[in-house]
Design a protein around this ligand. Structure first.
Ligand code: FE2
Length: 210
């Protein structure tokens, strides 16, 4: 996908995550915040070298930028992060694949321990940002990033993310970010999406070795 970028459809109905995340929150978050990042990105890249790049390429190319390109990074990063966040959540009961399950046991001991560390990362991210489950060559870790930053910009394979900007929870939980994290991480994480992302990384590693 290169410019003009479009607002990717949500993978579920806007009320599908209620009451953990209300339709009202999803509506504002998706139609106002996410859409504004898309619209702003399209204006900023018009007539620049970024207009013909894919979204991921723009994020990586501008990750260390300053000035005008930093603005492009902020909006491109937020478009990518939000697309990834929606797909990290699901109202369906999902299961980790056998390879993901093994990787979770190796890195954290259990899925509950993983969730506790992800919640801690989200709680302790000062100000706006994101908490992530990532994989480097199949070795899992928890990371947190500020503002529009994303581990993907450094070539790290992202498996799941949770948005800890206030706009993600304020209407439902006011300032209680820990309550939002506890509810979302306990009920809505899409382990099938995480499993697919781990599989893609394994394929990429094999393709690079051939
Ligand atoms: Fe957000």
């Amino acid at each position: 996908m290169s410019a003009p970028f479009t607002l990717a459809p949500l993978p579920w109905d806007e009320d599908a995550l209620a009451p953990t995340i209300s339709a009202n929150t999803i509506s504002f978050h998706y139609h106002k915040h996410h859409k504004t990042y898309v619209d702003t990105l399209n204006k900023l890249v018009e007539g620049t070298k970024y207009a013909d790049m894919k979204l991921e390429e723009i994020v990586r190319a501008t990750a260390s930028a300053s000035g005008g390109d930093k603005l492009i990074f902020n909006n491109a990063g937020q478009v990518w992060n939000h697309d990834f966040y929606w797909r990290s959540l699901t109202p369906a009961k999902t299961q980790a694949s056998a390879p993901l399950d093994s990787a979770i046991t190796a890195a954290f001991g259990s899925k509950d321990a993983l969730i506790a560390q992800l919640a801690e990362a989200g709680k302790t991210q000062f100000g706006s940002g994101w908490a992530w489950l990532v994989s480097r060559g199949g070795k899992l870790a928890i990371e947190k990033t500020a503002n529009a930053e994303t581990p993907m910009a450094k070539g790290v394979n992202c498996l799941l993310t949770v948005d800890v900007w206030e706009h993600a929870y304020y209407l439902d939980y006011q300032n209680a970010r820990p309550k939002y994290l506890e509810a979302v991480l306990g009920k809505l994480l899409n382990w099938e999406f995480a499993s697919e992302n781990l599989t893609k990384e394994a394929h990429a590693v094999r393709a690079a070795a051939e």
